[in-house]
Design a protein around this ligand. Structure first.
Ligand code: PGA
Length: 256
């Protein structure tokens, strides 16, 4: 499976920082075996499109970090999938744990958002992951399974859906699970996908997210069942992000 390295700038960045996105696109062109994407703040999508920062061959995909489930209407401050697509998004993240926590999004909300995005032709990165208390209680796999089952959109298909396993306690903390713990959850997520949508569930990419850096990317990307990474803090500059893309490219070069 081709690896996907996706950045998430969260509420960071300005027009000036699009230079970093441009540098990431140029450097990523050296690694055609790896898919590279960045979820920008929505305010930067149109400028990235106007400046053709994706590169001539669309090397770097730009997307959004969230989407509203409705096509239009009285939803002050929200953005529809069509608006995001028009602004230049080719994908959106849904169900990021910061939104599940801060905006109280439920699995049903996440599912509706994923379906709205797909209807407008956006690819979807759907995030799941347990809290620290849930991990300590030994329920991480069960929590992730329930999140997948309840937030998986209708007709989920690997051509547009990516899953991202992000333990909440690993996000922005510098802490990561052990490689065995990552492998265990990824295997469980894979089995859950196959049970839910059949054979196609075998080809949905499953990313790992949570404190991925240039230092740990090689080990994390080598974990069986890890098909890429969703990267927050280390995606804000080319200097921090490219070592992660390069680690994925080295993995792609490895003979099977
Ligand atoms: P982090 O964020 O890499 O800063 O831990 C990951 C994420 O929230 O997607």
């Amino acid at each position: 499976m081709r690896k996907l390295i996706a950045g998430n700038w969260k509420m960071n960045g300005s027009l000036a920082s699009l230079g970093e996105a441009g540098a990431i696109a140029i450097a990523s062109a050296m690694h055609p075996d790896v898919d590279v994407a960045i979820a920008l703040p929505a305010t930067l999508l149109y400028a990235a499109k106007q400046q053709r920062l994706s590169g001539p061959r669309g090397t770097l995909a730009f997307g959004a970090q969230d989407v509203h489930h409705a096509a239009s209407g009285a939803h002050t401050g929200c953005l529809s999938a069509a608006m995001l697509r028009e602004a230049g998004a080719s994908f959106t993240i849904v169900g990021h744990s910061e939104r599940r926590a801060d905006q109280h999004e439920t699995n049903a909300d996440v599912r509706a958002k994923a379906m709205a995005a797909h209807l407008e032709g956006l690819s979807v990165i759907l995030c799941v992951g347990e809290t620290e208390a849930q991990r300590d209680a030994g329920t991480a796999a069960a929590v992730v399974e329930a999140q997948i089952v309840e937030s998986l959109p209708d007709k989920a298909d690997s051509s547009w859906l990516t899953l991202s396993y992000e333990p909440r306690w690993a996000i922005g903390t510098g802490r990561t699970p052990t490689m065995e713990e990552i492998a265990e959850i990824h295997a469980h997520a894979r089995a859950t996908l196959i049970k839910a949508i059949g054979d196609n569930g075998a080809s949905v990419r499953i990313l790992y997210g949570g404190s991925v850096t240039g230092e740990n990317a090689q080990s994390i990307l080598a974990v069986p069942g890890v098909d890429g990474a969703l990267v927050g803090g280390a995606s804000l500059t080319a200097a921090k992000f490219m070592p992660i893309v390069e680690a994925a490219a080295r993995g792609a070069d490895r003979p099977l």
